[in-house]
Design a protein around this ligand. Structure first.
Ligand code: HPA
Ligand code: ZN
Length: 341
């Protein structure tokens, strides 16, 4: 399958590029090696049909049929997270791994509703993640942003209540963004207009993004832009079906946060070579390369970069442009951008 080689020299180059991650779910960094010990530590009973050991769980993770099949495991997985220390340990493990991959800036998603509905307070979740992010800034030199996602399979009024409970953290600048994830097709963007408006009205400086065009068509992307006023699109794969949309994304320099290995594992495409990456480059649509749920999809950020190289074989200049687009599309100060470029 591999059309191009990613030799030792090229891997080193990709590692050295100033990489920024904009699409990683902290709960999606929870691998089987941490899941079972945490379940034991917290006395969490996993469902009877759940694979019983690391090997069989990893095998099941290699067989996802679509987004919903993955999400069923993702929500069971996060049920082992109970204490503030669990959230800290999880995020810290991610930051150290990503640092080893040559990551300089991380904008990380989390799903508070997946915890609050199990009786874990948003304060426990945010405090654990915030502490890990602060340590990553201090000890690893990674700049960080925390993006709260709403689960689109839950009622929008639940989303509004979640926003209310997060107000202190938006006010304090602990949470920097709002996103929208979970099952896409049955829950289109218009359902969440009021939620996005609530955050926009109170905190105009907060970054807005939404998963769109992963399984949904290009209209999910257009409607996210029009109705939710997002300035970034997570995945955005299906934008390639609408040339007017591609022109609009290019004109506004709206960043797509692409997740190549995820797209293959969830059968959005059969192979990374099918992703419309060349089309985005031709139209001037900026995109970044991300890991999504690395513990479930078999690779962290550098693995995703390497996979794209083996399929597209870009020259160094193109790679530098892709990295620069990632820096410029980050929710950071101009001073920090300058440092990274
Ligand atoms: N899509 C939708 N919801 C998600 C994803 C994703 O890729 N990862 C975690 N929750
Ligand atoms: Zn995602």
């Amino acid at each position: 399958m591999s059309k191009y080689e990613c030799n030792h020299h090229m891997t080193g180059f990709l590692k050295e590029l100033p990489k920024c991650e904009h699409h990683v779910h902290l709960e999606g960094t929870l691998g089987p090696d941490l899941l079972f010990p945490l379940a034991a530590r917290n006395n969490v009973q996993l469902p009877s049909h759940f694979p019983k050991d690391v090997e069989s769980l990893n095998k099941r993770y290699s067989e996802f049929t679509d987004l919903q099949d993955f999400l069923n495991f993702y929500y069971i997985g996060m049920s082992v997270l109970i204490q503030e220390q669990d959230f800290f340990d999880l995020a810290w493990a991610y930051f150290t791994k990503a640092h080893a991959d040559g990551l300089h800036h991380a904008e990380t998603f989390f799903d508070p509703q997946g915890h609050v509905e199990r009786g874990v307070s948003i304060d426990v979740v945010v405090r654990g993640f915030e502490r890990a992010a602060q340590q990553a800034e201090k000890e690893l030199g990674i700049s960080t942003r925390l993006i709260m996602c709403l689960l689109r399979h839950l009622p929008p009024k639940d989303g509004l209540a979640t926003i209310e409970s997060a107000r202190p953290y938006y006010k304090a600048g602990t949470i920097h963004g709002l996103g929208l994830d979970s099952a896409e097709k049955p829950f289109p963007p218009h359902l969440f207009e009021e939620c996005y408006k609530a955050v926009r009205d109170s905190f105009p400086e907060v970054g807005l993004t939404a998963h769109a065009g992963e399984e949904g068509g290009p209209e999910f992307i257009t409607n996210s832009l029009d109705l939710l006023n997002v300035t970034r699109i997570d995945h955005g794969v299906n934008s390639f079906q609408d040339e007017d949309l591609l022109k609009r994304l290019a004109k506004n320099q709206t960043l797509l946060s692409l997740c190549p290995l995820s797209n293959v594992k969830l059968q959005v495409v059969k192979d990374v070579s099918e992703l419309p990456i060349q089309k985005w480059l031709d139209f001037g649509v900026p995109f970044s390369i991300n890991s999504d749920d690395p513990a479930y999809f078999g690779g962290y950020i550098l693995d995703n970069y390497i996979m794209v190289h083996t399929r597209f074989g870009f020259d160094l200049k193109t790679w530098c442009k892709i990295a620069a687009n990632g820096v410029n599309g980050s929710w950071i100060s101009d001073a920090r951008k300058k440092e990274l470029l």
